[in-house]
Write a protein that binds this ligand. Structure first.
Ligand code: AQP
Length: 331
């Protein structure tokens, strides 16, 4: 890494099949940093266990998420791709940062409140301290930029606050990270409730379009998408369903909202929904093909994970020796 090269870190939890929200809000933006930046992209399995997972599913999805990173355009030679739990320094710094993160700060996190409501039987300490582990993920690599969807903004702000607090106590230790949110796609909404975020753990399969859904399934889901009682394709705050579909269509076709409004003037929602479904399915077809090729070769994925973890560990250790020394640990 040359000394002036900026660093990018981001991650996705292997907590379900990845959605077009994960794709448009996060992964698709990752590759824009490849080459010019030193990029670390992690499959954050330690975050996934804050919600109960079936072990075999977690293992399978960890391979799948890595394969999807590559299928979505992340060149394994140009990016450090790794599994979070393979680099133990994440757990170590996560614990240390727990001790510099306030109870009151964690209590204000909206994701904790949402996930506690959804998992009332399992409101564990990890779910509560999740943002301190996320701060560790980012700060370990002296990260400058974190590409994420808007739902992670609050966690990112906490990571910045924790880094500043630590730096103030012990002198400069961590780079203060900035978020990168794609203004066009930072929040893709559920197809059945366009006031809620599209989420991979949503039990309603019709709310969510998965990156690996077949073309037929994608089109069927868009046909069922909730819109409104009008028939006008127009981007407006009081038309969240139509506006969400326009956002998705724009992301896959590159057309502006004005062009989309003109294209469907007078034609009603049926044609529009079909066009969105087709654009989305066609836009993802290459990803699906690449994924099938990659997932068939587990040994290759394991080699990438290992190489990525070895490289990530090297940088993580540099930060950890600084942190250990500053807080008064021996060795
Ligand atoms: N709907 C979305 N629109 C835009 N961006 C999104 N992201 C997630 N959903 C959307 C972004 O994807 C990245 C990875 O997300 P994550 O795996 O860390 O978990 P999450 O944010 O909690 O996403 P999900 O899909 O809702 O997962 P579950 O259901 O397991 O909680 C992040 O950058 C996120 O912003």
């Amino acid at each position: 890494m040359n000394n002036n090269q900026k660093t990018v870190f981001s991650g996705v939890q292997p907590s379900g099949n990845l959605t077009i929200g994960n794709y448009l809000g996060a992964i698709k933006n990752f590759s824009r940093f490849s080459g010019e930046y030193k990029t670390f992209y992690s499959v954050v399995d330690m975050h996934a266990i804050t919600v109960r997972q079936i072990p075999a599913d977690l293992r399978r999805r960890t391979y799948e998420t890595l394969a999807l990173y590559i299928a979505c355009g992340l060149d394994e030679e140009k990016n450090t791709l790794f599994v979070q739990s393979h680099v133990k320094e994440h757990a170590e710094l996560g614990w240390i940062l727990d001790c510099y993160t306030m109870f009151g700060e964690l209590s204000r996190m909206t994701q904790f409140k949402d996930k506690s409501a959804k998992n009332a039987q399992n409101i564990n300490a990890g779910l509560f301290t999740y943002p301190a582990l996320m701060a560790a993920d980012i700060l370990l690599y002296q990260t400058d930029v974190v590409p994420v969807g808007i739902d992670q903004k609050q966690h990112l702000e906490l990571a910045r606050d924790v880094a500043m607090r630590f730096n103030q106590i012990y002198s400069d230790t961590f780079t203060i990270p900035e978020g990168y949110m794609n203004p066009d796609t930072m929040k893709i909404m559920s197809l059945s409730d366009p006031t809620a975020k599209m989420s991979k753990s949503d039990p309603n399969q019709n709310s969510v379009v998965y990156i690996l859904d077949s073309k037929d399934d994608i089109i069927r889901k868009f046909k069922k998408a909730v819109t409104d009682s009008e028939s006008e394709v127009r981007y407006a705050e009081d038309k969240p369903g139509v506006s969400n579909l326009m956002t998705i269509y724009k992301a896959f076709t590159g057309k502006s909202f004005e062009e989309i409004e003109n294209e469907f003037r007078g034609s009603g929602y049926g044609d529009f929904k079909l066009a969105v479904g087709e654009a989305c399915a066609d836009g993802l077809s290459h990803v699906r093909e690449e994924f099938q090729r990659l997932i068939a070769d587990k040994a290759h994925l394991e080699a990438i994970m290992k190489r990525g973890a070895d490289e990530a560990r090297y940088y993580a250790n540099k930060t950890m020796s600084k942190v250990r020394r500053k807080i008064g640990f021996i060795g």
